[in-house]
Write a protein that binds this ligand. Structure first.
Ligand code: ZN
Length: 271
């Protein structure tokens, strides 16, 4: 499943390739992906110029002049691919641009999402309104994180993955961030001390930025917009390393299950 770093990488590729381009064609091959596609998609898009691309959590936001925004979510298996001569299997929507570029939304499992909304109302869109802190925003720090976790009695790792509190920290990044912050995934989220929250906020940002620099971390199923598989998995310190020595102290990395997801941690370094 594409996680935040893969989505951010995709957004940067879209921004570089499509900003300033005008939509010249839309081919829609289904009435729905995960949800029904917006009515009149072709009429709404054709002729509009792309002002840029942004991101909120794992939603890709295509800003269309003068006042509309295209929302895309890659779901479990979605990919955005440029060009190619023929449609891919499971290609649901294809956009063409005035320089001859085509953008293909391919999604075999169809958990992907696409919608259009007025840019002015974007923050209140039903997919975005409830989302938590954006960890790559300049304002994301220990204080903000402490506020989001305040009063939470769930395990720290489960809270860190709760999109209503902090967005985009998927399972791999949660384990890796907690290791770097030297915090046990079993800690009660609301009991973090300010200094610990500072460490965790810095670790989350560091891990996500490394993953973006490496082009994302998915082990399979996902190819970036430019067709390269990300290689952040080389940076894993605890994730998927149960029984192997902790890189800091040599203690065997442990695996537990929290919220039905695997957690990896060092029982000695993480307190
Ligand atoms: Zn250790």
């Amino acid at each position: 499943m594409p996680e935040l770093p893969e989505v951010e990488t995709t957004v940067r590729a879209l921004r570089a390739r499509l900003t300033g381009r005008r939509v010249t064609g839309v081919v829609q091959r289904r009435a729905d992906i995960r949800f029904p596609l917006p009515a009149g998609l072709e009429a709404s898009l054709v002729g509009r110029r792309v002002a840029g691309f942004g991101r909120r959590a794992k939603y890709i936001l295509g800003e269309l002049e003068p006042d509309r925004t295209l929302l895309l979510h890659l779901g479990m298996s979605g990919r955005l691919l440029f060009d190619g001569e023929v449609p891919w299997p499971h290609e649901h929507v294809t956009l063409s641009f005035d320089d001859g570029t085509t953008l293909r939304f391919v999604d075999p499992r169809r958990f992907g999402m696409l919608d259009l909304c007025d840019t002015a109302g974007l923050a209140f869109h039903r997919w975005l309104g409830h989302l938590g802190l954006e960890p790559l925003d300049p304002g994301f720090d220990g204080k903000a994180l402490l506020g989001a976790l305040s009063g939470r009695r769930t395990a720290l790792k489960v809270a860190l993955m709760d999109q209503r509190l902090v967005v985009g920290v998927g399972n791999i990044y949660a384990s890796e961030s907690l290791f770097r912050a030297r915090l046990s995934p079993m800690r009660t989220a609301g009991h973090l001390k300010p200094r610990e929250a500072d460490r965790l906020a810095a670790a989350v940002r560091e891990v996500l930025e490394e993953a973006i620099a490496a082009g994302g971390s998915s082990l399979r199923d996902y190819v970036q917009a430019d067709g390269e598989l990300g290689n952040f998995q080389r940076n894993f310190r605890v994730y998927d390393r149960a029984g192997e020595p902790c890189p800091a102290c040599g203690t065997a990395v442990e695996r537990i299950v929290q919220g039905a997801r695997a957690t990896y941690f060092c029982p000695r370094c993480q307190r």
